[in-house]
Design a protein around this ligand. Structure first.
Ligand SMILES: Cc1cc2nc3c(=O)[nH]c(=O)nc-3n(C[C@H](O)[C@H](O)[C@H](O)COP(=O)(O)O)c2cc1C
Length: 181
């Protein structure tokens, strides 16, 4: 799969098969996340890989729509280490979730390239996730990522709209030389 194909193939998955994820594929995903760029190369991320059924179930209970978390054979919880990122973006917003989002996206693209499905869940109760995994102060869960093989028809398809890909047209989001909107 070339790069553009991988980008287009990535779709959120809502239902996973119980089929296990091979170790080498999991390693490839985690390697892609580890190699992500970050502000000042501070790498303010941590990843907890959860394969234990009881823990997955408890994390699923911390999510209003947690069924895929309980179901997927692997769940990665991505954290940000707040104190590692003292800067703000333009002085108005904390930068710490950005680096983690970049790493999460690299992990998800690697999963797609490995023939696996993922979804990105930010709708969770932070305190419950922290309690299940024993997370100390200053560390924030940023994303919960179920990973596995998609059940038939379980990958999202936002293929509506003029472009057929569920995205705004280039004219709506890209401009040159000045901000026209
Ligand atoms: C930062 C971020 C957070 C997201 N959080 C959730 C979520 O909590 N639950 C969910 O079902 N999908 C979540 N998604 C997936 C988006 O809803 C999905 O990517 C979007 O609808 C576009 O669909 P597509 O990727 O199939 O084109 C998230 C995506 C991103 C980038």
């Amino acid at each position: 799969m070339d790069f553009q194909e991988t980008i287009r193939a990535q779709r959120p998955c809502s239902q996973y098969l119980p089929r296990p994820v091979p170790d080498e594929k999991l390693r490839a995903m985690l390697s892609a996340a580890r190699l992500a760029p970050s502000q000042g190369n501070l790498q303010p991320w941590r990843f907890v890989v959860v394969m234990d059924d009881d823990r997955k179930r408890m994390i699923a209970q911390a999510c209003p729509r947690g069924r895929p978390v309980a179901e997927a054979p692997v769940v990665v919880v991505a954290f940000s280490v707040e104190e590692d990122v003292p800067v703000t973006v333009g002085g108005y917003i904390s930068a710490y979730p950005l680096d983690v989002a970049v790493a999460v996206h690299q992990l998800r693209l690697a999963a797609t390239a490995e023939g696996l499905a993922t979804s990105w869940i930010v709708d969770f109760h932070e305190d419950k996730v922290r309690a299940v995994l024993g997370v100390p102060e200053g560390i924030h869960p940023i994303a919960i990522l179920p990973i596995g093989y998609a059940a038939d028809g379980a990958t999202g398809n936002n293929g509506s709209g003029a472009n057929g890909d569920g995205r705004k047209s280039p004219n709506e989001i890209i401009a040159y030389n000045e901000y026209p909107w």
